[in-house]
Design a protein around this ligand. Structure first.
Ligand SMILES: Nc1ncnc2c1ncn2[C@@H]1O[C@H](COP(=O)(O)OP(=O)(O)OP(=O)(O)O)[C@@H](O)[C@H]1O
Ligand SMILES: [Mg+2]
Length: 416
């Protein structure tokens, strides 16, 4: 069963309120009542009604001011406000829309008209809520998809060193199996020599054994196998650490974050995406101030940009011939902002599509290769959630640079 929708009726005239409340209740709506603007804001914050019917002329705080305030409060901004006014001259109606109202009904009103308009705006509200929810789900799906894609790369990144560390360890064990008896013979030879007995025969046998097991080869290969294994384990440890940091940075709380470290982690996590097509150059400002942000979301944005850069390079290069381009990542402080640049020497973005790349679902990639959500998500995270900016500079055949700017000092606003 559908939950009944709640309508907040705001009018200083008690008779109007009673009339509206009774009639709306017979149509299955729940109602709340407020006699002035201040009480209306209080009730709206507490109950989040589906819609507000707001009288314009009221003592102390009039309907226009109440609406302006409701629209400036995050919790109540999305609630549609339908004005009721006995001054229905054009200037007043214009003002009702200017302060954020969605409609205006002239008093004295006809209940049938009020209900018809309410039904339209409630339907619109439902549709908008559904759209927003779908968009949020899509963004989450995009995030899950890129994490899934990453997981395959990470598995490969771990698998390769694991395989050669395994091969090397088996080589070391087999070699040791050959060396151990030879060393036993050497010990016997030493004992014979120390006892002052003739040991020429034993010495010859040891020499032959060393030749048989190819001691020179062992002496050469043993340290190489050990070094390679240490390096392989180091690679596994780096990627595991990066994955741990990447998932840890998914905390939903805003906090001060070191974005140089986030970039470093993201480069490591995404290494499988770029390492066959690019050399990564880093130019990080060592004195970069921490930024108050959702670090996990910013890391997701950086990941999308690095993956896009790798794709743009793949499009341009002959990978099979071993050609590589450059992905350059830099950070710096720029006034009250921290600036991150992600550049590539890839295909570039043709001018005619540059305006559309941040649109949801815009992609030039084949079905299955891109959903067109990466930059839409980046825009939402950077601009809407962090009050930052994203811009792009690009030249076809030369490359592309994305510039992200995040404001500093937002932790101070959060405290106040
Ligand atoms: N660095 C880049 N170089 C060239 N073109 C790019 C670059 N980054 C983005 N684009 C263009 O912008 C489009 C949109 O990018 P976006 O990241 O939003 O989606 P996508 O990469 O196509 O798919 P996905 O949802 O998997 O990220 C791409 O399809 C591509 O045409
Ligand atoms: Mg992308």
């Amino acid at each position: 069963m559908r939950t009944p929708q709640t309508i907040l009726i705001v009018d200083d005239n008690r008779t109007n309120r009673i009339l509206l409340a009774r009639s709306l209740a017979t149509s299955g709506y729940l109602t709340l009542e407020a006699c002035d603007g201040a009480k209306a804001i209080e009730l709206a914050m507490e109950h989040r009604p589906s819609i507000i019917l707001l009288d314009v002329q009221m003592p102390t705080m009039d309907g226009f001011e109440a609406c302006t305030r409701l629209k400036s409060i995050e919790k109540t901004a999305a609630i549609p406000v339908l004005f009721l006014t006995s001054h229905s001259e054009p200037a007043n109606i214009e003002r009702a829309f200017a302060v954020g109202g969605c409609d205006c009904i002239a008093k004295p009103f006809h209940m049938g008209e009020v209900k018809a308009r309410l039904a339209v705006h409630l339907g619109l509200r439902e549709a908008t809520d559904m759209l927003e929810e779908t968009h949020a789900q899509l963004l989450l799906a995009q995030k899950m998809e890129s994490i899934g894609q990453l997981a395959a790369g990470v598995a490969h990144e771990i698998n390769t060193p694991t395989q050669f560390v395994g091969d090397n360890t088996r080589f070391l064990r087999d070699t040791f199996d050959q060396l151990a008896p030879a060393l036993g013979q050497v010990r016997k030879l030493l004992e014979t020599a120390i006892a002052g007995e003739d040991c020429e025969g034993e010495a010859k046998a040891v020499k032959e054994l060393f030749e048989e097991i190819e001691l020179d080869y062992i002496l050469e290969e043993f340290p190489t196998a050990l070094d390679q294994s240490i390096e392989g384990l180091q690679r596994v440890s780096t990627i595991v650490k990066a994955m741990k940091e990447f998932s840890h940075s998914g905390s939903s709380e805003m906090a001060l974050a070191d974005l140089n470290r986030s970039l470093e982690t993201t480069i490591n996590v995404a290494s499988h995406e770029w390492k066959y097509v690019a050399d990564v150059e880093k130019d990080f400002d060592e004195d970069l101030p921490d930024v108050y942000c959702h670090e996990g979301e910013i890391a997701q944005v950086l990941l999308n940009m690095i993956v896009n850069a790798a794709h743009a390079l793949r499009e341009e290069l002959n990978e099979e011939a071993g050609e590589k381009g450059v992905i350059r990542l830099s950070t710096c402080r720029s006034g009250k902002y921290v600036e991150i640049r992600v550049s590539d020497t890839g295909a570039g973005i043709p001018e005619e599509i540059r305006q559309r790349i941040f649109d949801p679902f815009f992609t030039t990639k084949a079905v299955g290769e891109g959903t067109g959500q990466g930059l839409a998500l980046a825009h939402k995270v950077v601009v809407q959630e962090h009050q930052g900016t994203i811009s792009v500079e690009s030249e076809v055949g030369v490359g592309t640079t994305f510039i992200i700017r995040l404001p500093l000092g937002r932790e101070l606003e959060a405290v106040s």
